[in-house]
Design a protein around this ligand. Sequence first.
Ligand SMILES: *Cc1c(COP(=O)(O)O)cnc(C)c1O
Length: 381
Amino acid sequence: MCGGPTLSQPSFLPPSDPRANYLAHQREIDEAVAGVLRGGAYILGREVASFEAEFARYLGVPHAIGVGSGTDAIHLALRACGIGPGDEVITVSHTAVGTIVGIESAGATAVLVDIDRDTRTMDPGTLGAALSPRTRAVLPVHLYGHPAALEEIGAFARERGLFLVEDCAQAAGALCRDRRIGSWGDIAAFSFYPTKNLGALGDGGAVITSRPDLAERLRMLREYGWRQRYVSEIPGVNSRLDELQAAILRVKLRHLDAENARRRSLAGFYLEELAESGLTLPWSRPEVVHVYHQFVPGHPRRDALRAALRSRGVGTLVHYPVPVHRQPAYRDRVRVAGGMERTEAAASAVLSLPLFPELRREDVERVCVSIRDWARREPAS
Ligand SMILES: *Cc1c(COP(=O)(O)O)cnc(C)c1O
């Protein structure tokens, strides 16, 4: 007997599936990749320049600068603003650790605040207590694809002469009051990690800005501080988007709006199917377009629910189980400003269900049936 899957066992449903997205655009991507391979320019050539122009136009900002990753995009965005050792950057503890790595790579200290209970993004009410004479920037994260409260956070930063730096890694294409996220801040960082809404087939990132001075510094910083080849005017790094990834991203960008619409439609289906399930469901502010990088309900018995789904072949993830201020590497290095009750509550309750553009409605239904079955059998707590 061989141990392959049988008809009675539906296939494993992954939480995300970048390979399915490649297959959905295979012909276009294969052509784009072959074009680069035959072209002979592999670093900072025509594909990167074209992608930068197309991505900037898509976001409605003048400048996009491709870099090596989303973490580098945060690091270099801060350095372009002149932020470094001795400076503080206010951000959230409920985020990908890349946000913090970017801040620390610039040499700055991360000051962590609590989140809003409903949107799970930065609570603007916490910012006053986080200020110090060293504060230079406020860095909200558009977590799970939901824009942070940009109007209030932006006003707070502007009134105090702080930079507004957006972490857009999870929210490519999202809107707040009909304006793309990324265009609200002085400068913004994107990640093209393969599972992101706009995903490359490898690492990649970009920095977005309307300010020509910041754009110019960024172009120098990403390549040894060069303005002119082989002459380093400022200390820089090597963090370049490569031609292959840029060519792939140009294909993917053409499909981003349609794929975000698909994510929103699948999220709507989840919301309907889970309405009576007893889970806390994601909520979005009426003035935003949420692009559902993740669909993240909550439940106090999250780990039991996760195990039950796993046993039925449904893969889930937890974004994120340990808040940054509790991580071994960071608990003694970051400054915590105010309480972290909502961050801690989220870390113990959140569960990311499968969501990607190629997911079928039947798949969502299968996940929801499993959740409802589990919830019915759970003793009421
Ligand atoms: C993915 C991510 C990053 C880091 O991006 P990389 O490309 O993986 O370096 C930073 N912040 C957030 C919120 C992310 O989701």
